[in-house]
Ligand binder design. Structure first.
Ligand code: FAD
Length: 391
């Protein structure tokens, strides 16, 4: 039977169909039995649990969004709850899914030809292959459109790619990576599906992270990597097409941010019931209740926002500023919430085994990726004022 999440005070899950609720129940059960027990160890060792890739595929996690692969027709709100469910157990696994499903499948769905969608989406959706998305570079992050330096030079039916990418999630073990590069002929940003075993392609793991440690981020170098024209994304003709993908994934990241806050909140509620100080469970102290109530307020407001943004996607009215505002708002609320929840644990809040420390640390990367607070603010500011402050 389907149970409302403890952090879903207003019952937004009531918007889901019975079929969607069953799919979420199955996902939740797998996450609790197989994922939750291993994630602290993976975080500590900075290893990704590759054994989750196929089971998450079977549960539909990378299939639901695409007409070519979805097991049943479903809503964007449902797909948001899928991201949330995963993040409330582990933000690194949610980030893996965000890359595989949102960035890799999403790019191919939005910018690929029908032939490319038919070729790649079933393979990604089944977990047969893992995808990555390479936009950011060592010298360009926020200014990915103007500052992109990787080049693509056409050579008959082939393209030659040269340059470097940084921070690429799943990049150490992906089978394909979508590489965004500037066409040396027309100066436009184009997208390419690159096989990671191609000569000249090198991926090196970024070590020493203090956030999302289980996510494998890579520095990638492209040294005259040859890509056939049929692997150029046929409908990716400028940076505007990459931005269409980012609009969708920013909305998904907002859901994952709510899930991350919820994971910390649930851990804090449980701890407030068991930890005794001054002769009673700390949840009975007024200031501890304040931490929990402020956290639930943040989660509830954020959930309202992401539900509406997803409904707008289904209605065909979602624009860049809608998902940018959701991303900047929900990640800011997440950052406050995980800090309050960590505070509630006292000293135990900095120990991995109590879970809350992992949510607290992971929130930092979610706050910065898919467009920083500042860049998403400038996207919304452009809409309000009609003036772009970042070009
Ligand atoms: P910078 O762009 O150097 O920004 C530094 C600071 O300057 C920020 O605070 C920024 O907001 C501020 N700033 C910059 N310009 C302005 C301005 N005009 N006005 C005001 N403030 C400004 N990228 C991918 O392509 N694929 C991935 O899979 C991927 N995964 C990631 C996973 C993780 C864990 C992380 C940390 C990053 C990932 N990224 C990925 C990259 C991510 O999207 C970038 O880190 C992000 O866009 C910010 O770019 P930057 O780090 O280069 O920071």
């Amino acid at each position: 039977t389907f149970e409302l999440l403890p952090g879903d005070l207003y019952g937004y899950e009531g918007l889901l169909t019975d079929q969607e609720k069953t799919a979420l129940t199955n996902l939740r059960s797998y996450l609790e039995s197989d994922v939750r027990p291993i994630v602290n160890g993976c975080w500590e060792r900075a290893e990704f649990p590759e054994e989750v890739v196929r089971p998450l595929a079977k549960l539909g996690t990378y299939s639901f969004g695409w007409p070519e692969t979805r097991p049943f027709a479903n809503s964007a709100v449902f797909r948001g709850f899928v991201a949330l469910e995963i993040a409330r157990v582990d933000a690194s696994v949610a980030t893996f899914v965000g890359v595989q499903n949102g960035l890799a499948c999403g790019t191919i769905s939005v910018t690929g030809s029908q032939e490319q969608r038919d070729e790649w989406l079933p393979r990604l959706a089944s977990g047969e292959i893992v995808g990555a998305f390479g936009l950011t570079e060592p010298l360009s992050g926020s200014d990915a459109a103007q500052g992109l330096r990787t080049t693509a030079t056409r050579d008959g039916d082939l393209w030659r790619l040269n340059g470097a990418k940084r921070w690429i999630g799943n990049g150490t073990f992906s089978d394909i990576t979508i590489i965004w590069a500037k066409d040396t002929a027309d100066g436009q940003v184009k997208g390419f599906i690159v096989h990671t075993d191609a000569p000249g392609y090198t991926a090196t793991k970024i070590e020493g992270k203090i956030s999302l440690r289980a996510v494998q981020n890579a520095d990638i170098t492209l040294d005259d990597v040859v890509v056939p024209e049929r692997n150029r994304l046929q409908n990716a003709n400028s940076f505007k097409d990459a931005a269409k993908v980012l609009r969708l994934t920013r909305a998904e990241v907002s859901w994952a941010a709510v899930g991350t806050a919820m994971g910390a909140y649930e851990a804090a509620v449980a701890y407030s019931r068991e930890r005794v100080q001054f002769g009673k469970a700390i949840g009975g102290h007024q200031l501890v209740q304040d931490l929990l109530v402020k956290s639930l307020g943040n989660i509830t407001a954020s959930l309202a926002m992401v539900v509406r943004v997803s409904q707008m996607l289904d209605e065909g009215s979602q624009r860049d500023e809608h998902s940018a505002l959701a991303k900047l708002y929900t990640t800011a609320r997440m950052r406050e919430t995980v800090a309050w929840c960590r505070e509630l644990f006292g000293g135990n809040g900095i120990v991995l085994s109590y879970d809350v420390a992992r949510f607290f640390s992971d929130a930092e990367a979610i706050y910065s990726y898919e467009g920083t607070q500042e860049m998403n603010t400038l996207i919304v500011g452009r809409t309000i004022t009609g003036q772009a402050a970042f070009v």
